[in-house]
Design a protein around this ligand. Structure first.
Ligand SMILES: [Mn+2]
Length: 443
């Protein structure tokens, strides 16, 4: 039902505002948390009933969540009289509407809650909110802008940079460059075909925006451009981001920088065109491993559903992203499979140490592939780096902490993904890994 009645809409907005204030500041009932958000209000046409939709941070546990929701609704129910009195004082209608409280479960409001939590309890490294960043970008202060994806730019880095490029162009900025000094990965070139990429490291900019980049180490040869900029901005989702720019927005609950960019673009008033949707879809799809990694949330799918509404060429994008693997990788995958060994039905190992790929991306994905089989808990893949050194990549499916194994060899990483470089003979290292795996699996 589309509302055309201005008075109705205005009253709904007023009721929402008044209730939000009263609920946050004037009610001391412990059942009503200060994190409650009034997400929207729907008035009947005769103004006699107002349905008030509410939302609050949700516990992971289903029973606990239901109990909290129940308590909140009861708390609001018992505060009804007080709330109506407040409304009566501030509204200019002769009969205050009856209030009906309902839980708002639509995905759109999950973001609102994240924002609330972010602002109140874990502001983290953020210097500004999304809305403030949008305001900065909309202002006339910054006319020449460079966008930095990180080095070895992946789908999220390129997709986010491209989406930002389109939005800034739409705002009428004088000059916008995506600054990269390496070629775009083959499966992402469809995103940058119509965009001039700059590798000019002499140019200076009013503003440099880094996307999907957790540390300045990932700028490499572009460091001076960043340092010489009039101002700097970092938009990211890595929780290790320590906030290295003048304007920082990091949301570690976002599955991809592209997910943040969607909301930032909305706040900037930018059009979510088909081109933008393609770029953001590429960002989110690749960073979630095609929506298989646990970083994908309800909000992630909500954003993607909004992107799908633009009706971009989904088949073209999926094919470009995932059915476009460089042919040279087939050869290295074949070699890896020839050397495949499985220990105790749980540890899969392979190596390519007699030849060395020209392009290290030819090894990409092999370790994950080795881990993808039934019953396999840990995968270890070894490749030659040069005459002296070999490099092991380790992956764990569940509870085995492979960073411990890597650190025995002076390497590091995460519990489920780690690696190390060594000059020790391959066979010896392999035996040690098997022994360490067996010990870890027993623990
Ligand atoms: Mn990312």
């Amino acid at each position: 039902m589309k509302k055309t009645n201005n008075r109705l809409a205005r009253l709904e907005t007023d009721i929402k505002k008044i209730l939000a204030e009263v609920v946050t500041y004037s009610i001391k009932d412990p059942r009503i948390s200060t994190f409650v958000a009034i997400t929207r209000v729907e008035l009947t046409r005769d103004f006699s009933y107002a349905t008030v939709y509410i939302s609050s941070p949700q516990s992971e546990n289903k029973e606990q969540r239901e109990r909290e929701e129940q308590e909140l609704l009861e708390g609001l129910e018992s505060a009804k009289g007080f709330l109506r009195k407040q409304l009566a004082e501030e509204l200019t209608i002769h009969r205050t509407p009856e209030l009906i409280f309902k839980y708002d479960t639509t995905a759109e409001y999950l973001r609102h809650i994240d924002d609330l939590l972010q602002q109140v309890s874990k502001k983290g490294v953020n210097t500004h909110t999304i809305e403030q960043l949008a305001g900065i970008l909309q202002s006339d202060s910054y006319q020449t802008i460079a966008i930095f994806p990180h080095i070895f730019a992946d789908g999220d880095a390129v997709g986010s940079a491209v989406a930002m490029y389109h939005a800034l162009r739409e705002l009428g900025k004088k000059e916008v460059d995506i600054v990269m000094t390496e070629p775009v990965a083959g499966n992402l070139t469809f995103l940058t075909e119509s965009i001039p990429l700059s590798s000019d490291l002499e140019k200076s900019y009013d503003l440099v925006i880094s996307v999907d980049t957790s540390s300045m180490d990932q700028f490499r040869d572009r460091m001076a451009v960043f340092e010489n900029a009039g101002a700097t901005m970092s938009i990211d989702h890595h929780k290790t981001n320590a906030g290295f720019a003048d304007f920082v927005y990091v949301d570690p609950t976002a599955a991809a920088a592209g997910e943040i960019l969607y909301y930032l673009l909305l706040a900037m008033g930018a059009t979510i065109s088909k081109e933008v949707a393609e770029a953001l879809y590429a960002a989110i799809s690749t960073d979630t491993g095609s929506f298989r990694h646990p970083n994908a949330t309800a909000r992630t799918f909500f954003v993607v559903s909004k992107l799908m509404e633009t009706d971009f060429d989904f088949h073209k994008v999926s094919t470009a992203l995932y059915k476009n693997v460089p042919f040279s990788k087939m050869k290295f995958l074949q070699l890896a499979l020839e050397h495949l060994e499985v220990v105790d039905d749980e540890l899969s190992m392979s190596h390519i140490i007699d030849v060395c790929a020209e392009n290290s991306s030819d090894y990409e994905g092999i370790t994950d592939y080795l881990l993808s089989f039934e019953g396999i808990e840990v995968a270890a893949f070894c490749r030659r780096l040069d005459e002296q050194r070999i490099k092991f990549s380790l992956r764990s499916k569940n509870d085995v902490d492979v960073s411990k194994i890597a650190s025995e060899f002076g390497g590091g990483g995460h519990m489920r993904a780690s690696g190390f470089v060594t000059e020790e003979p391959f066979e010896e290292v392999k035996e040690k890994i098997v022994a360490m795996y067996r010990k870890a699996a027993d623990e």
